[in-house]
Design a protein around this ligand. Structure first.
Ligand SMILES: CC(C)(COP(=O)(O)OP(=O)(O)OC[C@H]1O[C@@H](n2cnc3c(N)ncnc32)[C@H](O)[C@@H]1OP(=O)(O)O)[C@@H](O)C(=O)NCCC(=O)NCCS
Length: 176
């Protein structure tokens, strides 16, 4: 791979003094706003490209040991906070803006912050909608649409996602 490609891919994701993110395949980074990256960020851009965007004035934060699988799209238009030890399954979308109005009476805020807690696992093909908080240690089952807050330590799933059951999480346990 050409060195310039490596530099392009690292644009905005490399912070001096921290281990460089592990990026494989195609990872497109559109950095107009802030992107903060913790240690050991890993992004798999094959067989589907990953797109990471932070628009002007927005803030996108990755904690330590975050794993982003193929085909994921993350777009911060306001603020997306991703905690430590978070795993994001293939083709999942995390967008903090609706981008478009429903109709002429829709005057609400299009952009609402998203927070994903520590040790969260989001399965494949999920959509995380604006304004949502997913609590620490929780799991979002495959193909779920999360439109409301999910508490700590639960399995949630479906479209819209509902709590399926509580999870047993020992203090300090980190999901493999
Ligand atoms: C959630 C999951 C881990 C299964 O966990 P589990 O504890 O074995 O769950 P079960 O299969 O016993 O199902 C428990 C309940 O959750 C429901 N459920 C399971 N997966 C679901 C899903 N993806 N969407 C909606 N409901 C789901 C089941 O229907 C069941 O409901 P019921 O009790 O009313 O019958 C699995 O279904 C899943 O979604 N895995 C994600 C895999 C993935 O995306 N991997 C990508 C790599 S990161």
């Amino acid at each position: 791979m050409a060195f310039s490609t490596v530099l392009y891919k690292l644009k905005g994701l490399y912070k001096f003094g921290k281990p460089a993110p592990r990026l494989r395949g195609k990872v497109f980074v559109n950095k107009m706003g802030a992107i903060q990256v913790g240690k050991n960020l890993s992004i798999v851009g094959h067989p589907w490209a990953v797109q990471i965007t932070s628009t002007k004035g927005a803030n996108l934060t990755f904690g330590d040991n975050v794993y982003v699988n193929a085909g994921v799209g993350i777009a911060a238009n306001k603020e997306i906070l991703i905690g430590d030890n978070v795993k994001i399954g293939p083709r999942t979308s995390i967008f903090d803006s609706n981008y478009h109005r429903l109709d002429s009476s829709d005057k609400g805020e299009l952009r609402k912050s998203i927070t994903i807690g520590n040790n969260v696992w989001i399965g494949a093909d999920c959509t995380i909608l604006p304004g949502v908080t997913i609590g620490d240690n929780s799991v979002i089952a495959a193909k779920s649409t999360v439109n409301k807050n999910i508490p700590n330590n639960v399995l949630a799933g479906g479209s819209p996602a509902k709590v399926i059951r509580e999870l047993k999480i020992e203090d300090g346990w980190v999901r493999e």
